[in-house]
Design a protein around this ligand. Structure first.
Ligand code: HEC
Length: 150
């Protein structure tokens, strides 16, 4: 009879382990609720960046010399939020000098992105590539986006 006891013990041991694991993952996702908003915005913003901006500004934000400017510590990325949001919404086609290099290429407008997507991607850019500027929230994008005329 003692042999029969072991499978039953193992069964309860595994069951117990499973509960313990579940409890751990639950507490993990619930911890630090104040920071999770920023973290998930950055995570979503990275996806938008990969899909939309990476082709021109590259994965490391370094851009392409003489064609597409870098997004690393430029006055546009770190500076005025409204001006930065306008660049994404309306595109950008001025002759600019960024970090000692001249650029006169065209950046296409991205007004097809939602307020959340623009806030997320700009938050990602402002918190990545060595940048550390404040997050951008969807209502800030909404305020800048021109009202659609019918
Ligand atoms: C088609 C290529 C292209 C895409 C896609 C693109 N950009 Fe640009 N971007 C440019 C070019 C070119 C300029 C410089 C325009 C000029 O010379 O006037 C620029 C300029 C900028 C600037 C201001 C200059 C600087 O380097 O700080 C920012 C900020 C920026 N882009 C962010 C973004 C973000 C965020 C996205 C994705 C939502 C994006 N761009 C998508 C080509 C692109």
């Amino acid at each position: 009879m003692p042999l029969l006891k072991y499978p039953i013990l193992i069964f309860f041991f595994i069951l117990g382990l499973n509960f313990k694991l579940q409890a751990q993952t639950k507490t993990k996702t619930n911890s630090k609720p104040s920071k999770s908003g920023l973290k998930s915005s950055i995570r979503r913003g990275k996806v938008v960046y990969m899909n939309v901006c990476l082709a021109c500004h590259m994965a490391d934000g370094n851009g392409v010399p003489t064609m597409n400017p870098p997004l690393i510590k430029t006055s546009y990325v770190l500076g005025d939020k409204t001006a930065l949001i306008k660049i994404v919404l309306n595109g950008f086609s001025e002759d600019v000098e960024i970090n000692g290099q001249k650029f006169s290429n065209n950046m296409t407008p991205h007004s097809d992105l939602t307020d959340i997507q623009i806030a997320d991607v700009l938050t990602y850019v402002r918190k990545s590539f060595g940048n550390n500027a404040s997050a951008i929230k969807p209502p800030e994008v909404k305020k800048v986006r021109p009202v659609k005329k019918i």
